[in-house]
Design a protein around this ligand. Structure first.
Ligand code: ADP
Ligand code: ZN
Length: 432
């Protein structure tokens, strides 16, 4: 059992009181760092403390650029000798940043991870195989310590080597796997190459998928591939890593652990809070971190708060799955496009395989969006007239969604190069 029932079902007023109290402590701690010591507003709040949690909106934001500019020690709020581990973000969007933890921080993170996994139905009787990179990437050690705290038999398998993953799953009766969604299509293919049916060849009942944006369509496909339930796990290194927001077994949005984070959704242009339920940028503040408190961090991830209580009984509010990050958005022919909009259209079609690439290029002085779409083997062998119809159908569906006409290239399954780690799906090769 790993359920902090009382804390997870705290009524809103009590939860906000707890947040307020932890926020004051966090600000006092943050003020010990070189970076926050230089921010006058924090000193002001410390002299005249907030009385409501909403007042957090008076504090300045912290951006990725601030973390970079203060690299490596500017955010350190404890003695360096008390730091016991550091992680670094994978640098998807530029230079890496660093996050350091003391013992308290690591214990608190492991606790959040155990609670997250429990909420998704994982129990101490499960065999948990963690198929992702260990090392600086937080998905490895984050899940590892969570699974141990929960009491699972854990297999720190690491990323890649699908044949070995399958052998481990079958040898030890793995019942829960954590992996990034873009890897699972590949894993299912390797099962098939070995003459195994991924729906029957293992004891698997739960997948935990996260670390990269994916659509509901992709989740449903992954569930069908393995005949299991798949739960969405969200996190970012700056807020520890996984264990920030997690789906419970209701599969209806991700509970943000509000005893550990303050969550805000802002309009990325006006920087004001959006109306309840509207999509905006997720902004987060740590409430239980000592070595590196972070105040109002602009995640660049886009989501919205979901209304109403959750049937699981947890009172911590839920966010919708991430629809993209603001820096994923590209503009083509004057239209703003998020890759997830394209994925949403493609994966609804049964003929479409599991991968696609979006290339922005210049043809005859015109910017074009070329989308290479994998077609499933059974359809790819179909007649040319069929493929021609499919190509036209995809072109039309995407044009209707984005108001931009794409050039669609149908390709054989498995022919698109796979990236190590998180999937890279957009390549901008336009001549500027
Ligand atoms: P990097 O920013 O270099 O990728 P991280 O490994 O810290 O470094 O990645 C965190 C980011 O990954 C988040 O800000 C978000 O964009 C993305 N992410 C993590 N989990 C999810 C998820 N479940 N759904 C969508 N995006 C996710
Ligand atoms: Zn719930």
């Amino acid at each position: 059992m790993y359920w902090e029932k009382e804390l997870e079902q705290l009524d809103r007023r009590a939860l906000e009181r707890l947040q307020l109290q932890r926020l004051q402590a966090t600000l006092a701690q943050a003020a010990k760092s070189r970076y926050y010591a230089g921010i006058a507003d924090i000193g002001r709040v410390l002299r005249a403390p907030f009385t409501t949690i909403e007042a957090i909106s008076e504090l300045p934001f912290t951006g990725k650029e601030d973390l970079r500019a203060s690299f490596p020690w500017g955010f350190l709020a404890v003695e360096q000798r008390d730091v016991v581990r550091l992680h670094s973000s994978s640098g998807t969007t530029g230079n890496p940043t660093v996050v350091y933890h003391n013992r308290h921080d690591l214990a608190s993170w492991a606790n959040l991870m155990a609670r997250s996994m429990f909420a998704a139905g994982v129990r101490d009787t499960d065999v948990f195989q963690n198929i992702c990179g260990y090392g600086l990437f937080t998905g490895g050690l984050g899940f590892q310590y969570g699974a141990e705290k929960l009491g699972c038999l854990s297999i720190p398998a690491g990323a890649g080597n699908s044949l070995r993953q399958i052998k481990l799953m079958r040898d030890f009766g793995t019942s829960v796997v954590h992996a990034i969604p873009s890897y699972l299509g590949r894993l299912a293919e390797v099962f098939a190459e070995e003459g195994l049916d991924p729906r029957r060849a293992t004891n698997l009942h739960t997948l935990i998928i996260g670390a990269e944006p994916h659509t509901e369509e992709q989740r449903r496909r992954i569930e069908a591939m393995f005949a299991v339930k798949a739960y969405n796990s969200f996190g970012l290194s700056e807020m520890n890593g996984p264990g920030v927001a997690f789906e419970c077994t209701e599969q209806n949005g991700l509970h943000v652990w509000e005893d550990a984070y303050v969550v805000e959704i802002i309009d990325p242009v006006s920087l004001c809070p959006v109306a309840d339920g509207e999509i905006g940028e997720l902004v987060m503040t740590t409430l239980d971190r000592q070595a590196m408190p972070v105040v109002r961090y602009r995640t660049r991830d886009l989501t919205r708060m979901l209304p109403g209580p959750c049937a699981c009984g947890r009172t911590h509010r839920r966010i919708d799955r991430i629809s993209g990050r603001s820096d994923d958005m590209f503009i083509i022919k004057g239209c703003n496009v998020f890759p997830m909009q394209i994925e949403g259209v493609l994966l609804k079609l049964p003929e479409v395989g599991d991968d696609y690439r979006i290339e922005l290029t210049t043809i005859d002085d015109q910017d074009e969006m070329v989308i290479a779409v994998e077609v499933k083997a059974e359809w790819f062998r179909g007649d040319l007239a069929f493929l021609d119809r499919l190509q036209r159908q995809i072109t039309r569906l995407i044009r209707d969604e984005l108001l931009v006409r794409p050039l669609i290239k149908l390709v054989e399954p498995g022919s698109l190069p796979k990236s190590e780690g998180k999937a890279v799906r957009v390549y901008d090769r336009r001549s500027k």
